[in-house]
Design a protein around this ligand. Structure first.
Ligand code: PLP
Length: 428
């Protein structure tokens, strides 16, 4: 079966797929394949859908979006969001450098992740990030020591594990007890007490992030209630929380998913917080996938059609190194021919050229294609390029952003030579 999500920024015009006003076939011709194609309009609209919920009726800001850039960290994409006023959620010194290079503001950065190194802490303290989201006492002690050595105070938040089931894939659920993420619910108050005693840390917030590709609101409301209870007990202990960071994780429609609309989702959570009497808190959202996932696709060319005894294979020039999600999570991406035809369909597996049985992009798809045709793998804007690798010594794909009728090359295709430029032969 082939189900196609309804998309913003991409459409079929006279039997042919377009990115905004540009036919995908033109992009393939000019830039080759595989190529990631993003729509500036789709990125902008997704961001603005969050923004719409972020203000009180009197115009005062009640929440701020911090784009979780691990979903897609191309400089041009970061720059689009930075120009719209976004903050960023980073997980490494590399991501910090990217935000700064893309024109993002350090004071709007939150630094997440379970394993921050000393050098990463130093870089983030020097840059002056808004907050460190910490996940353990050893990490807290290290940050306190590093901040002391630099003579600065580190703003901190503790990532709480609210122990709720987000009902998503086990690899992308992060808020359950058995998970490596966050501080166990029962230990949160004591950990905050410990933090309060540290001379070079200043408590500013609390955060949680329960998973990814979540398509229901109820796990968020459960997590919120658990975190609001903690904020109350912390207050009773003399520890005041200034901001509440409710993480990311809102799902997108890959084909048959039915996540809430972004603005409704954000409004529901913010109204819930206000109704519980916490409207004075500054709220942070950390969306990744819901900002970029459906704003990008992966354009690929069919190399061969290989009829098989039990099934047909459509072998394309994109592979698991370009888009890992199917191999890693058995994720479903809708796959469509760039030019629709009236030929009879065949059922096939869409696979790449890599020497792994896991190298597939779609299974049992009804497609009418021939060698040389182009396909678009939809909903590939999040965790697509950023998870790509050079496995099989394949250069990573080019990336382009379409803005109206203009195509901007935002990352050149990697050359073969660049792949081993840092390698050395042994001496003669
Ligand atoms: C990955 C991640 C996000 C973003 O998740 P999405 O599912 O892409 O929205 C937000 N916050 C943290 C801490 C993360 O690790």
């Amino acid at each position: 079966m082939n189900s196609v999500p309804s998309l913003n920024g991409f459409s079929i015009i006279q039997q042919e797929w377009f990115a905004e006003n540009v036919p995908l076939s033109q992009i393939a011709k000019e830039f080759g394949t595989p190529t990631y194609v993003y729509s500036r309009k789709a990125l902008t609209d997704a961001f603005n859908a969050y923004e719409k919920a972020c203000f009180k009726p009197n115009g005062e800001r009640r929440a701020q979006v911090h784009y979780a850039m691990k979903a897609n960290s191309n400089l041009a994409i970061l720059n689009v969001f930075a120009r719209l006023g976004a903050g960023f959620d980073i997980v490494s010194a590399g991501e910090l450098a990217r935000v700064l290079a893309a024109g993002g503001e350090a004071k709007k950065i939150v630094f997440s992740g379970v394993g921050k190194s000393r050098s990463e802490m130093i870089a983030a303290l020097k840059a002056g990030v808004k907050c460190f989201n910490l996940e353990s006492i050893p990490e807290l002690s290290r940050l306190n020591e590093v901040a002391a050595s630099l003579g600065v105070i580190a703003p901190i938040s503790l990532r709480v594990n609210p122990d709720v089931d987000p009902k998503t894939h086990p690899y992308i659920s992060t808020g359950l007890k058995g998970n490596k993420f966050g501080i166990a619910y029962d230990e949160v108050i004591n950990t905050y007490r410990e933090a309060a005693s540290m001379s070079n840390c200043k408590i500013v917030g609390i955060d949680c992030h329960i998973g990814s590709q979540i398509t229901e609101i109820s796990p968020y409301l459960d997590a919120l209630d658990r975190v609001l209870e903690l904020i109350k007990s912390l207050g009773d202990n003399g520890i005041n929380i200034h901001h509440l960071d409710i993480g990311g994780g809102l799902g997108i429609n890959y084909a048959n998913d039915t996540p809430p609309a972004i603005t409704d989702f954000a409004n529901t959570l913010l109204n819930h917080i206000e109704a519980k009497g916490y409207g004075h808190l500054e709220v942070l959202f950390e969306p990744g996938r819901s900002l970029v996932g459906n704003a990008g696709l992966l354009l690929t060319t069919v190399e061969y059609i290989k009829p098989g005894e039990t099934k047909n294979f459509c072998i394309v020039d994109a592979a698991m190194n370009d888009l890992m999600r199917p191999a890693m999570y058995e994720a479903y991406h809708s796959i469509v021919p760039v030019k629709q035809s009236n030929m009879p369909n065949m059922t096939c597996d869409v696979v790449g050229p890599i020497c792994e049985s896991g190298d597939w992009l779609g299974r049992d798809r009804e497609l009418n294609v021939q060698a040389g045709d182009q396909l678009a793998i939809l909903s590939a804007g999040a965790y697509g390029f950023t998870m790509s690798s050079n496995y099989n010594t394949r250069g990573r794909a080019a990336e382009v952003m379409v803005d109206g009728s203009t195509i901007h090359l935002i990352r050149e295709r990697e050359s073969i030579e660049s792949l081993f430029a840092n390698e050395k032969l042994l001496p003669a």
